[in-house]
Write a new protein. Structure first.
Length: 126
C-alpha cells in the first residue's frame, strides 16, 4: 500500500511491514498494543490500530477459520455458512477495535498514555 508521510518528510513510500508496541503507564490499558508502520525516509511512525488480548484472540480465530477450510472441498451451503461466520467475526473485531481506539484516544487527550521510549503520545508514534 502506498502512503505519503504527511507528518514528516512528505515522501511517498510503500507500507510493507507493520510493527507492534505495547502501551504503558496505565494498568487498565497495559495489555493494549499499538500496531503501526514507519516511514523509511524519516522514521516517523503512524498507528494503524490498537488491540487488546480479547481482540487478539478473535484475530487468531479469524486466521484459523480462514486457513482451516478449503472452499473447494465444501458444499455451497457449508461455504455460505463459513463466509457468514467470517463476516460476523470481522464485524465483531471491527466494533471492538473502534471502541478500543476511542478509549485510547480519550486517554491520550488526558496525556496519560505513552509509548515506551517515545516523546509522543499515540496520534503518531515518534
Amino acid at each position: 500500500m502506498k502512503v505519503i508521510c504527511t507528518q514528516g518528510c512528505q515522501n511517498v513510500f510503500n507500507v510493507d511491514i507493520f510493527k507492534t508496541q505495547p502501551l504503558d503507564q496505565n494498568k487498565k490499558l497495559y495489555q493494549i498494543e499499538a500496531t503501526y508502520f514507519q516511514c523509511p525516509h524519516c522514521s516517523h511512525k503512524y498507528i494503524s490500530f490498537y488491540t487488546d488480548p480479547e481482540i487478539r484472540v478473535l484475530q487468531a480465530q479469524m486466521r484459523k477459520l480462514l486457513a482451516e477450510s478449503d472452499p473447494r472441498k465444501l458444499t455451497k451451503e457449508q461455504e455460505k455458512n463459513r463466509m457468514a461466520k467470517i463476516e460476523q467475526l470481522r464485524k465483531k473485531i471491527k466494533a471492538k477495535m473502534d471502541k478500543l481506539r476511542h478509549k485510547v484516544e480519550e486517554a491520550k487527550g488526558r496525556d496519560k498514555l505513552r509509548i515506551p521510549g517515545t516523546d509522543y503520545i499515540f496520534a503518531e508514534l515518534e
